[in-house]
Write a protein that binds this ligand. Structure first.
Ligand SMILES: [Zn+2]
Length: 222
């Protein structure tokens, strides 16, 4: 899952308006950020295999520290703890905010569960692996990702109010651009020259840009 993760961020913002959309964008992709850092370091691993699934070329064969269910729960609890107990994050109502941030981290695994082939470990790498495999269905995956994202956008727009003309339209334009970017990624031909390191660095760059835009545009809605 790629853009669908951000739907969880938008939806969680709609239930806790004190949460920063930018922070939520980091939280929902937290384990992917970590994964694409650990891959170049050689800690976690994937291979690029042409048409490994109908939608992408990712053979994700070793990533228990970021995509194991147990690991995801631990990361979510850590992020919860950070917002709950660290003085820096302590603001009014930080308990609820902490819960929302923890849930955002945990949402990643369950959204991935729908699309991944059975490569998500429950515990460590040798434990049973799960995945409902929607990635084997090209149209199904695209429809789900776009539907989730638009659903998240609608919840966000309903829960927040524009404080300027920018706030009225910019988030909608951003989501449309995101869908366009996603379509470009999934329809791009396989490039055998791309290594796992370049794919990792590119992914981090894209996630970071999307996060920066979310921080920026969220300021125009209250
Ligand atoms: Zn993931």
């Amino acid at each position: 899952m790629f853009i669908g993760h951000y739907a969880a961020g938008l939806a969680l913002k709609s239930v806790e308006k004190k949460a920063s959309l930018g922070m939520l964008f980091i939280a929902v992709q937290f384990v992917d950020f970590l994964f694409f850092i650990l891959v170049p370091l050689g800690v976690e691993k994937f291979r690029l295999v042409e048409n490994y699934t109908a939608i992408n070329h990712f053979d994700l064969y070793f990533y228990p520290y970021t995509h194991g269910l147990l690991a995801c729960v631990i990361w979510a609890v850590l992020i919860y703890g950070l917002w709950r107990y660290m003085p820096f994050f302590k603001t009014v109502g930080h308990g609820r905010l902490a819960l929302v941030m923890g849930l955002a981290v945990l949402s990643h695994w369950f959204v991935d569960l729908i699309v991944h082939t059975p490569d998500l470990p429950l515990l460590g790498d040798s434990s049973p692996k799960v995945g409902l495999g929607l990635w084997n269905n090209f149209m199904g995956t695209i429809l789900l990702e776009i539907t989730l994202l638009i659903g998240g956008l609608l919840l966000y727009l309903r829960a927040t109010k524009a404080v300027s003309a920018m706030g009225k339209y910019a988030m909608i334009i951003f989501i449309v651009v995101m869908i366009g970017l996603y379509m470009m990624v999934v329809t791009a031909p396989f490039d055998p020259n791309i290594t796992v390191v370049t794919a990792s660095v590119t992914s981090i760059a894209v996630f970071s840009i999307l996060t920066a835009v979310a921080f920026w545009l969220d300021r125009y809605r209250a």
